[in-house]
Design a binder for this molecule. Sequence first.
Ligand code: SIN
Length: 304
Amino acid sequence: MADLSVNIAGVRFKNPVVTASGTFGFGREFSQVYDLSKLGGIACKGITLKPRDGNPPPRIAETPSGILNSVGLQNPGVDWFVKHEVPWLKKYDTVIIANVAGNEIADYCEVVERLNESQVDMIELNISCPNVKQGGVAFGTSAKAAGEITKAVRNVCKKPLAVKLSPNVANIGDIAAAVESEGADAVSLINTITGMRIDINTRRPILTNNTGGLSGPAVFPIAVRMVYEVSRRVTIPVIGMGGIATWQDAVEIMLAGACLVQVGTANFTDPYAPLKIIEGIEQYLDQNVISSVTEIVGKVQIYE
Ligand code: SIN
């Protein structure tokens, strides 16, 4: 049987499949469906310093082959997360990734300092949420801003640090290179792509936030292209996500350069999707006589 394990910055994932932030809560609902210990890891819903109610509804709109969301980082705040969610998640033998968001650099740093004392295994710095008026993607759309926040957080962060990048930029490679040079241990991409829907009868946007982030299979080819570009710009590990719904998608984005994948929107249509993806990757490796999943990372054969 092929070795599915992956190591990122000293953190061992038993397999390369992690559930993506914002699509899996803190795992409680999905734990009623299957054993969370089967997952490589869980990236929790974005956590901020104070609890947030998020944006007013409607904040989800279906699109062909995807969804638009404008949740607005609804979450119970870091103190609740550390006290109630992390100890509960620790019952499971899986990697816990805390996704961290904020309005200002100081907020991000404060959240990370509180997480330093918790049992989370890795931090995913969210500089790519398109649905908040302050912070979020504002830090992720220029190499300078992305570098500055990474530097500040790196100074206080005692855990392995991944930075989650936005696709809403002209050159994602530049942003990835900036966060690498300021000490990120990994990059994860892509977060959602800003989109909009309008109700033709009311002539009002469907989302109260007017715009939202597009995810799901519609964005998958963009994710593959960006993972490919970023993996050629940086030497740190690349975590790939964006519309992964099948094991074939997972293998494809790994060939592009991802050493780990996150499964997001697929959880809404098939809660078992991550488990099917793990099983499919294992069968693919065995059928192709590949002994370790790490052997396929970045192995796309590009036309010159
Ligand atoms: C949200 O809560 O609005 C989505 C989070 C994100 O896109 O990072």
